[in-house]
Design a protein around this ligand. Sequence first.
Ligand code: HPA
Length: 274
Amino acid sequence: MKLIEMVQETVEYIQAKTKYRPEIAIVLGSGLGALGDSLEEAEQIAYEELPHWKSSTAPGHQGRLIFGLLGGKPVLCMQGRLHFYEGYTQKEITYPIRVMAKLGIKNLILSNAAGGINIDFQPGDLMLITDHINFLGENPLMGPNEDDFGVRFCDMSYAYHPELRKIALEAAAEIGCPLRQGVYVATTGPSYETPAEIRMFRLWGASAVGMSTVPEVIVANHSGLKTMAISCITNMAAGVLDQPLTEEEVLTTGERSGAIFRQLIQKIVEKIEG
Ligand code: HPA
């Protein structure tokens, strides 16, 4: 079955299940799922129900679509995403983004938990991603081009849309939320990085490291979505502090930043046109 036919089936299933036709989607990263629970007049669809859609196995990822109102505006939240380290292919990881494109989503806000490489950062900081380094060793657009979505050689010069980034900075200033900025480097995981790898990434100009987001951003750009992303710095990256990294720290720091994260995203959603 062609990708576009699969996507159409998923889109039809979703549209039969919800009255909402949002133009903004938000992908919620590890520990940041609570925003999805706070939507008003919410309608939910579990990933298991959806044709051709894989379920998330990662801790802190609930695995459902939530449609509802955020600051009075209709949005779609993905509570839980798929990762390369779970064993999914790049195509499977990015399938939801293809579906979003055909559902009529125009603006995509991605979020993630990330380790702080920039030594000025602190756990709990939020960072607006300005650009990325794909260290996954694969690209989700490899293989025959999906002409129904986009072009063979997708431009990535403005992958993190300048207009959306400007909105994010204005929104952060308005609510008094300090917002860091920097380059995100994606690794496959599931092991965390070594201190030597982190020193290398710092030399490359990366400020934060994580195990997601980059495949989705590539496919979103290929599909013509305006895209932005915010990292929650849940821990300092390996070797920055003389202490080991734990999954618990990642999840609890994400949850502690939940309230300010929600406020920021709501303000951004309010400011997006349409
Ligand atoms: N490394 C990779 N992924 C992460 C980290 C990290 O330090 N923290 C949260 N996700």
